[in-house]
Design a binder for this molecule. Structure first.
Ligand SMILES: Nc1ncnc2c1ncn2[C@@H]1O[C@H](COP(=O)(O)OP(=O)(O)OP(=O)(O)O)[C@@H](O)[C@H]1O
Ligand SMILES: [Mg+2]
Length: 608
């Protein structure tokens, strides 16, 4: 896997690590520059203090040796001063460590809020293509897993790396003063260690990255076993054991892959520790010899062994930190990768302005469309003109592309060929913000907001202050008013079972709420995709009588498999294999005795 990557890929990884780290640091600075500086200082102090300590200790030992060898002549003033310094350094060290801790807590309650905010803003701005694409889902999965703690971990590792580096530099200078060769010896073991650590981190990332599809599956299956709307089928079809077995398989894979990594980590680390211990003990012996030869004092032994041990700490600290930086930057990269995604559908810089209150003419001109990543043309040379105020119905078998037409009209996707014109203006030249204000849409898979009934409806026109009467009027048109009044809390009734005091509704009741939302928008173009699939026949006919009156000057596009819904439309279009095969009023199409008539008779027969 990762190990066989060519050199250029490794170089890219180094560059990526650098970029991600820099970006994270900039981001932290941006969130709170004072805390950033505070953290910097809090991480610097613990790198310096240990050297002061061992230096003070050297002076203490030398003073003692001097006192012993000179027959009891003790310089108490010097000793007290040294101990006073020692207390001071302990105190400073303690304050630095505690501040580091405090700052970390404060910083990391602030940063995730910012990070989540920009990430959610970005994902909300991306178009449908991404949401219907499995690679994007993988990326989302990765970022979801890592956003909670990886950025914090990476920031900590970066600060700690700086700390270790500083520690190393000071030790380096101190040892170099004694003997330059020693520095080279000590530094030489760092190079292979560095490569081992980087390799381990790449291995870890490779495993984690490859596991992303399983993790997606893991969450998907867990959700199936835990969500109320999934559990019904799971129970009745007795699917739980099957899904649990799949979950177990996934966990086994996780375990096996992680075990390989852990074992590799273990043996490589043991190997290197033996090597580095040998070298450092050699250095210590050298220092003792220097003291015996009188080149350094007795206190010097303690100082230099201290420095060497600091060097060793600094070195292993630096390497494990850098390794961590390599590893975590890969995780954090998935977050930045999402932030860098751009919507496919590009909005015009200088959009054509339309009167958003006027009902426009809608034209599909020779539209051919295939979904990205798919070869199948869902629409082929499809043309359709809908005049302002027309009530049209689209009918056709499952999967012929009716919902796709609506997605194109909403510019969730751009057409592959041809164009969609709104009052003669290409849809691509309109501001979507404006165009959406002209459309009320009830999707086939509408949302069920776990908010109050009132909010559920008012969400239809979030960009305006709305009067309570508007909400009631929309609910009346959709046949939802009586139902809502019957709720214990009326329009203030919390819906859904997620939150306390929430009321779960039936499928048809939810659909009436969603229909009210579409009506409330009161837009010149109303699109209803299977608006009454779950609504009873009596309510349906009442709703359509009202739609007629409500929207005389508005365009209504209805998609339905129910002929009772369709038959009153001004014009009915029968779609098959991405093309319109018949069109006309109900009577005309019945007279034609084609596909529509056949289907209508088939459905009618069922009622006789
Ligand atoms: N995101 C997608 N990526 C690729 N193909 C898709 C996607 N969404 C839908 N399709 C395909 O496009 C075709 C048309 O789907 P569409 O949802 O428009 O059908 P429909 O006419 O609304 O059907 P129904 O009556 O069942 O609602 C189907 O063959 C479907 O497999
Ligand atoms: Mg559909």
């Amino acid at each position: 896997m990762d190990e066989e990557k060519p050199k250029s890929a490794r170089l890219t990884q180094v560059k990526d690590t650098y970029r991600v780290s820099l970006r994270l640091m900039k981001f932290l600075w941006f969130v709170d520059n004072r805390m950033f500086v505070g953290s910097f200082v809090a991480y610097t102090i613990p790198a310096v203090i240990p050297f002061l300590n061992i230096y003070i200790y050297q002076l203490v030992i030398d003073a003692v040796v001097k006192a012993v060898t000179s027959g009891g002549m003790v310089n108490y003033h010097q000793l007290y001063t040294l101990f006073a310094f020692r207390i001071a350094t302990y105190f400073i060290q303690d304050v630095a460590l505690r501040s580091q801790n405090l700052l970390e807590r404060l910083y990391w309650t602030k940063v995730p809020i910012y990070l989540n905010d920009i990430l959610l803003r970005r994902t909300a701005s991306l178009d449908m293509y991404y949401y219907e694409n499995s690679q994007f889902r993988d990326l989302l999965e990765k970022s979801r897993d890592s956003i909670t703690f990886k950025p914090q971990q990476l920031a900590d590792l970066l600060f700690s790396s700086g700390q270790s580096l500083l520690q190393l530099l000071i030790a380096f200078v101190a040892i170099a003063r004694l003997n330059l060769f020693l520095v080279i010896l000590v530094a030489s073991i760092s190079i292979p260690e560095f490569f081992v650590q980087v390799r381990l981190s790449r291995l870890a990332w490779g495993i984690w990255s490859n596991q992303s599809p399983y993790r997606k599956k893991f969450w998907y299956l867990s959700n199936l076993l835990q969500r109320s709307w999934d559990i019904k089928e799971v129970k009745i079809f007795q699917l739980a054991d099957r899904f649990l077995a799949e979950l177990k398989d996934i966990q086994k894979k996780f375990y096996q892959e992680n075990a390989v990594l852990a074992k590799k980590n273990y043996s490589l680390n043991i190997g290197f520790n033996i090597l580095s211990t040998l070298i450092f003990v050699g250095v210590e012996i050298f220092v003792v010899m220097q003291a015996i030869a009188g080149k350094i004092t007795v206190g010097g032994i303690s100082f230099y062994t201290g420095v060497v041990s600091n060097f060793q700490n600094g070195l292993s600290g630096l390497f494990s930190n850098i390794r961590g930086v390599f590893e975590d930057s890969l995780y954090v990269k998935s977050i930045f990768d999402i932030l860098d995604l751009e919507p496919y559908v590009k909005q015009p810089d200088d959009p054509v302005k339309l009167d958003i209150r006027k009902t426009p003419r809608i034209e599909f001109c020779n539209v051919t469309f295939k979904y990205p990543d798919s070869h199948k043309k869902v629409l082929k040379n499809f043309s359709l003109t809908i005049n302002p105020g027309e009530k049209v119905a689209l009918v056709g078998e499952n999967g012929v592309g009716k919902t796709t037409l609506i997605k194109l009209l909403a510019r969730f996707y751009d057409v592959t060929e041809g164009e969609i014109l709104i009052d003669g203006v290409n849809l691509k030249d309109l501001s979507l913000d404006q165009w959406y204000k002209m459309m009320g849409v009830l999707f086939q898979d509408f949302n069920r907001y776990e908010h109050t009934a009132k909010d559920n409806i008012a969400f239809g026109k979030i960009y305006e202050q709305i009067e309570p009467e508007e909400v009631t009027k929309a609910a009346m048109s959709a046949g939802a008013h009586e139902m809502i009044k019957g709720f214990e809390q009326g329009y203030e009734q919390m819906l859904g079972k997620t939150f306390e005091m929430g009321l779960e509704l039936s499928g048809g009741q939810w659909q009436k709420i969603a229909l009210s939302r579409a009506f409330l928008r009161n837009a010149p173009v109303l699109v209803l995709d299977e608006p009454t699939a779950a609504i009873d026949a009596k309510a349906e006919s009442e709703i359509f009588n009202r739609v007629e009156k409500l929207s005389r000057d508005k365009t209504v596009i209805i998609i339905s498999h129910r002929f009772s819904t369709v038959r009153n439309a001004d014009k009915i279009y029968v779609i098959n294999r991405g093309k319109i095969i018949e069109s006309g009023s109900h009577e005309e199409l019945m007279g034609l005795d084609g596909k529509y008539a056949t289907l209508f008779k088939l459905q009618a027969k069922g009622y006789q």
